[in-house]
Design a protein around this ligand. Structure first.
Ligand SMILES: NC(=O)c1ccc[n+]([C@@H]2O[C@H](COP(=O)([O-])OP(=O)(O)OC[C@H]3O[C@@H](n4cnc5c(N)ncnc54)[C@H](OP(=O)(O)O)[C@@H]3O)[C@@H](O)[C@H]2O)c1
Length: 340
């Protein structure tokens, strides 16, 4: 990217869609005209711009849960800025505002979309991290989905990151035993010593599975998923019955251009899909409730069914082989004997 004098308003534009890992040549820094506020609008000079993993998704051609950025457009990203011009009654010059979006030194935004930040309460940058979107993300995943309880084991990947660090601390406050997964000894040390997690496993270690198993001897009750890939499959293998998984993100896959065979659970996040396992016998009342409801519907033909009956107990093994390869057509039964 070419450098322009710092005093001139400038912005970073998407030049072309990245293939795999984004490189700086995919972007272009250009001078822009100084924005001018129309009625209801506010111009901010950017103090902080948040860089977040979701931005990689915006660079894809295909629509995800949010609108894709087109080549030639300014990159998106949340900012905190100081108001330099206001045509909105809620903002005056010098106010600090959260919520203008764009990789730009100056941004013009409808004032209704901005939040005024009171000086002194916290560093302005915190409103893009722990007090902002990442913090709120951790809060949602921990309190609404994972719901860790005292004594349970809570695991979070990307544990030293913006979301993971908060998620682990919230789980710790809820009384769980908290285990982070992070990349490298320095991150793990910080996660344990500064954040106060009970343990942290380095995912770059040679045997993640063995280390995680040793660190979570009672299995895993809650997993806050930030990373995906082999870390996900390793954690999934250790999940306990009735574990809760908050599928927050899968950053290890955002640059992928092809995916390995098998389910790519990335869609779970984008489409807000809830995946929950269950065993029918968990609630025995289900059986009596269902029979009461279904019996009259079977009797009057409203509910239709088909049976595939094989004669003779000796054919049971073959029948089992058949049901596992789709040879049955309908409910597979063995007629062991005929009614007298
Ligand atoms: N669902 C939502 O509403 C929502 C909102 C915000 C964020 N998110 C998701 O939350 C996750 C964390 O976001 P964040 O903003 O807090 O980022 P972050 O954790 O501060 O930074 C990303 C971290 O991910 C890890 N990582 C990156 N590439 C990796 C790879 N190939 N393999 C393993 N680990 C890798 C790295 O940590 P290590 O070096 O420790 O591995 C990196 O520091 C992301 O998946 C993001 O998309 C979701």
């Amino acid at each position: 990217m070419t450098k322009t004098p710092l005093s001139h308003p400038r912005a970073v534009f998407l030049k072309r869609r990245p293939h795999g890992e984004p490189v700086s040549a995919d972007f272009e820094l250009r001078n822009i005209p100084m924005p001018v506020a129309a009625a209801g609008e506010v111009v901010t000079r950017t103090l902080f711009l948040s860089i977040d993993p979701y931005m990689r998704g915006r660079l894809r051609e295909e629509q995800t849960y949010a609108v894709a950025i087109q080549p030639g457009e300014i990159m998106t990203g949340e900012t905190v800025g100081v108001v330099t011009e206001s045509q909105h009654p809620g903002f005056a010059v010098g106010d600090i505002a959260l919520g203008a979006r764009g990789w730009a030194s100056h941004l013009c935004t409808n004032g209704d979309r901005l939040t005024k930040i009171q000086p002194g309460a916290a560093p302005y940058s915190a409103y893009l991290g722990i007090l902002g979107m990442p913090g709120a993300t951790a809060f949602a995943g921990v309190t609404e989905i994972c719901q860790p309880k005292p004594g349970e084991t809570f695991v979070v990947s990307a544990a030293s990151g913006a979301v993971g660090s908060v998620a682990g601390q919230l789980a710790k406050r809820a009384g769980a035993r908290v285990v982070g997964i992070a990349g490298g000894a320095d991150k793990c040390l910080w996660v344990q010593d500064t954040l106060g997690f009970d343990a942290c496993v380095d995912h770059r270690s040679l045997d993640l599975r063995a280390e995680l198993q040793a660190t979570c001897p009672n299995g895993i009750d809650c997993y806050f998923e930030n990373v995906g890939g082999y870390i996900q499959s390793t954690v999934f293998d250790l999940l306990n019955p009735f574990a809760r998984v908050a599928m927050c993100g899968m950053v290890s896959q955002y640059n992928e251009t092809t995916f390995p065979p098998g389910p790519n659970l990335g869609f779970v996040v984008g489409k807000r899909v809830l995946i929950q396992g269950f065993i029918v016998s968990d609630k025995p009342q289900r059986f009596t409730d269902w029979r009461a409801m279904a019996a009259p519907l079977v009797a009057d033909g409203t509910l239709v069914y088909r049976e595939d009956v094989i004669e003779g107990l000796e054919n049971a093994p073959e029948a089992l082989t058949g049901i596992l390869t789709g040879r049955n057509f309908g409910k597979l039964l063995i007629r062991v004997s005929h009614e007298a």
